[in-house]
Design a protein around this ligand. Structure first.
Ligand SMILES: Nc1ncnc2c1ncn2[C@@H]1O[C@H](COP(=O)(O)OP(=O)(O)OP(=O)(O)O)[C@@H](O)[C@H]1O
Length: 231
């Protein structure tokens, strides 16, 4: 049985600014992400990658065209629908964005608590399990300042995955990492995604990640210029 794609984008245009400063950032972008797929979105700086990611992540409003996320149209969707959808997403950013005053496990617990009504003990249990999966079972009570760059990024991966998201959106997750840590983080994302059926859309211009992708989409000047299927 074929399932609906997690993400289906049709004729997406996007503009920034207004008046004379108005500038089109995306032109007629089309993209389909099948459930469980691992897609890399690449392209030069300023080509529109982050804009696509923030639109799919319900972090900015869709102006023109259609973005369907888990079957729901985002254009014109109300705030409640967008909040509900956002709770089913996992975000990983270039800078790990951990709270420096919270320990690794407290940071990951915050990833559980985006969903209302999860009891503290259960959240802590899930967070400990997620940190175990990323190989940090012995670092639960460390503050970010006492973790390496790769370890911090793995905490961010655990935080993104702990709520069992349907879709992980990752923006340059390996930019701050050395070669080995970058490969570890990507392999981890891919493995956990495969085990849980999570779909991943990863933005990067890091060539080291490309051989791990199921699909590589390339954006240039706001347009998709190539789609390479590797499955
Ligand atoms: N908030 C904004 N206001 C005005 N213009 C913006 C804004 N955000 C992005 N842009 C413009 O939209 C275009 C696409 O930007 P975007 O950040 O999506 O590119 P990118 O491919 O992610 O770049 P990078 O790899 O450098 O992060 C660029 O020309 C950028 O200057």
């Amino acid at each position: 049985m074929t399932q609906d794609p997690i993400v289906d984008i049709r004729g997406l245009n996007h503009w920034f600014g207004s008046g004379d400063a108005r500038k089109q950032a995306l032109f007629d972008v089309e993209m389909t992400l099948p459930r469980g797929s691992f897609t890399v979105l690449m392209g030069p700086s300023g080509s529109g990658k982050t804009t696509v990611l923030t639109l799919v992540g319900c972090l900015r409003g869709v102006q023109d065209g259609s973005v369907r996320l888990m079957g729901q149209e985002l254009r014109g969707a109300d705030a409640e629908t967008l909040t509900g959808l956002r709770q089913r997403l996992g975000f990983i950013f270039q800078a790990h964005n951990l709270h420096e005053s919270l320990t690794a496990i407290q940071n990951v617990v915050m990833g559980v608590q985006v969903r209302p009504g999860v009891p503290d003990a259960l959240a802590r249990q899930a967070a400990a399990r997620a940190l175990g999966l990323v190989g940090l079972a012995d670092r639960l009570d460390y503050l970010p300042a006492n973790l390496s760059g790769g370890q911090k990024q793995r905490v961010a991966v655990a935080r993104a995955l702990v709520g069992n998201p349907a879709l992980v959106l990752a923006d340059e997750p390996t930019a701050a990492l050395d070669k080995d840590s970058a490969a570890d983080v990507v392999d981890l994302l891919k493995r956990l995604g495969a085990e849980r059926g999570t779909t991943t859309l990863l933005v990067t211009h890091d060539n080291r990640i490309l051989d791990r992708a199921d699909r590589i989409l390339t954006l240039e000047d706001g347009r998709i210029v190539s789609v390479e299927d590797r499955t």
